[in-house]
Design a protein around this ligand. Structure first.
Ligand SMILES: C[S@@+](CC[C@H](N)C(=O)[O-])C[C@H]1O[C@@H](n2cnc3c(N)ncnc32)[C@H](O)[C@@H]1O
Length: 297
């Protein structure tokens, strides 16, 4: 399962890369974007590759390691919300560009075995971190221990799920009989609680519940907000940030977060950049992607 980088050309161009510059890829995965940054900035450049998924990061290391004239590259297994601290530890005061290609990779979704997909039967984990600490909250914890109203709020707030309350109620009823342990069990609960018409729509009826749980497990909104507020502090003057989002909740947060900092961050594209027809033909998964670019004043 290969993850095809989304809006690759547009985001690389948006970063306005310079040879010898210092760049951060906040969501490295298997270096789909990073490899292009590495090639462009060359041997004298510096690249900081961050990801919460250490298995993906290990692969990225191999990919960039095989490059001739690779820049100095730091691989950092961390949440990008700590970008300021990460750079401080590396003794880097400012960077020329930051890329964040938010959300989940195709591998994480389809073959990681961490329960991100409603199409395969796996245990309910949903952490980006492949080997999280024991005390980390998982999707299992949320569906089996969190209150009905909190679950409903997550489903509605993170994914605009119309049937949030019905699904939350059904989860509580099911877990009183037995814990909900797998993705298939959860899909079954969701299916039993939504109207028949909803079950036969083009978009799978479990899509929003799975998206919302993943966002809650990884505190995705909180992490994005922290990253956005760190941008004016980490970017050098004229430095660029490119943020790619995959759904409306994420894009709303990014759009508002960037707009609220317009005194220090100039918005380069008033309207979000979306994939070309040509890209969508090759990679239908890119269909909801949107790219926003800002520049430090
Ligand atoms: C869409 S993928 C990036 C794909 C990559 N740009 C490419 O084209 O190969 C998103 C990656 O971000 C990571 N991720 C998500 N949230 C994160 C966070 N808060 N901190 C660090 N990594 C995160 C995921 O583990 C995943 O590997």
């Amino acid at each position: 399962m290969q993850h095809i980088p989304v809006l690759l050309h547009e985001s690389i161009e948006g970063l306005a890369l310079t040879k010898g510059g210092i760049y951060v890829d906040c969501t490295t995965n298997r270096a789909g974007h990073s490899i292009e940054i590495a090639k462009a900035i060359g041997k004298k450049g510096t690249l900081i590759c961050i990801d919460l998924d250490q298995t993906a990061l290990a692969d990225a290391k191999k990919v960039i390691g095989s490059l001739k004239n690779a820049p100095t590259t730091h691989f950092v297994h961390a949440n990008f919300r700590h970008l300021q601290d990460i750079l401080k530890k590396l003794k880097i005061s400012h960077v020329d560009g930051v890329l964040a290609d938010l959300g989940i990779s195709s591998q994480e979704l389809e073959v990681s075995g961490r329960g991100f997909s409603f199409r395969t039967n796996e245990k309910l984990q949903m952490t980006f971190d492949a080997h999280p600490r024991e005390d980390v909250t998982t999707a299992y914890d949320i569906v089996n221990f969190w209150s009905e109203s909190t679950i409903a709020d997550i489903l509605y707030g993170f994914a605009d799920e119309t049937y949030a309350r019905r699904i939350a109620r059904a989860i509580i009823n099911r877990r009183m009989i037995k814990p909900i342990e797998t993705t298939s069990e959860l899909v079954d609960v969701i299916g039993s609680s939504v109207p028949v018409t909803y079950r036969h729509r083009k978009t799978h009826f479990a899509t929003k519940t799975f998206q919302a749980l993943r966002m809650a497990v990884n505190d995705e909104i909180g992490s994005i907000k922290d990253l956005l507020t760190s941008l004016p502090h980490v970017l050098a003057q004229g430095g660029r940030a490119c943020i790619i989002t995959f759904h409306s909740t994420e894009d709303r947060i990014v759009k508002q977060g960037l707009r609220s900092q317009e005194e220090t961050l100039k918005i380069i594209n008033k309207k979000a950049i979306i994939p070309s027809e040509e890209e969508l033909e090759k990679n239908p998964r890119a269909r909801s992607a949107q790219l926003r670019i800002v520049e430090k004043l």
